[in-house]
Design a protein around this ligand. Structure first.
Ligand code: SAH
Length: 219
């Protein structure tokens, strides 16, 4: 089996890191996680030659792996310190799952489309990370058995904030979720406080729809 850090892609990955630095990613822990994670192993073979472009790519089942800059911005916003328990909704390719695994203590990740989850599981395992738990299901319910979470990241766009996710935040914990229409959203950060939640609006984004009980209807 090929090593997760196939040398032929090392140069391309370094060039992507330079591009992300130029676009404003300066957090050293985030850059290290990106350097350690072989994105080419999280995309279908047909688009593997494009794995280190700063672009979203199709991963099958009508879904996409997000643009690396979007992952990096998400993670830079979170400022993880290494000891956190994090929930990810929308495993997709599993790429961000592995970035998170390098940046915090435990990662819990939920994906509703089983074939994607199984492909992601293989890619995650091949990276050698052992602090990831995966679940197939509707992530808008969160994962109450392992709550509370220090951070919750939603990788798909919601019409409004899924309340079960807010309820599963630890005190001071942060939820980052794209909110808006089916095609265009704004990234919003909610921080749990003693008195409720504080909201901070971040950048405009475009994610695939969050489909589920506290998201969009399937259509
Ligand atoms: N960060 C991932 C994003 C993948 S796209 C990556 O870069 O690979 C978003 C994913 O969210 C899709 O795989 C989609 O199937 C999934 N998704 C949408 N609604 C969901 C829900 N309610 N629960 C779990 N996963 C969901």
């Amino acid at each position: 089996m090929a090593s997760p850090v196939t040398p032929q892609f090392t140069g391309a990955r370094r060039r992507l890191l330079d591009e992300l630095r130029a676009k404003g990613i300066s957090d050293l822990a985030v850059l290290r996680a990106l350097d350690l994670t072989p994105r080419h192993q999280f995309v279908p073979t047909g688009v593997r030659h494009r794995a280190y472009e700063d672009a979203p790519l199709p991963i099958g089942s009508g879904q996409t792996i997000s643009q690396p800059f979007v992952h990096a911005m998400y993670l830079q916003t979170l400022k993880l310190e290494g000891g956190e328990k994090v929930l990810e909704v929308g495993t997709g390719s599993g790429y961000q799952t592995v970035l998170l695994a390098h940046l915090c203590r435990e990662v819990y990740s939920i994906e509703r489309i089983r074939p994607l989850l199984e492909t992601a599981r293989d890619a995650i395992t091949a990276c050698g990370v052992t602090n990831v738990s995966l679940l197939c299901g509707d992530g808008t319910y969160g994962w109450p058995e392992f709550a509370p979470f220090d951070a919750i990241l939603v990788g798909a766009g919601a019409p409004s904030v899924p309340q079960p996710l807010v309820a599963q935040l630890a005190m001071g914990g942060r939820l980052i979720v794209p909110i808006g229409g089916r095609d265009d959203q704004r990234l919003v950060e909610f921080t749990r406080t003693e008195t409720g939640t504080e909201r901070r609006d971040l950048s405009p984004v475009r994610f695939v729809p969050l489909v589920g009980e506290h998201g969009w209807d399937e259509s």
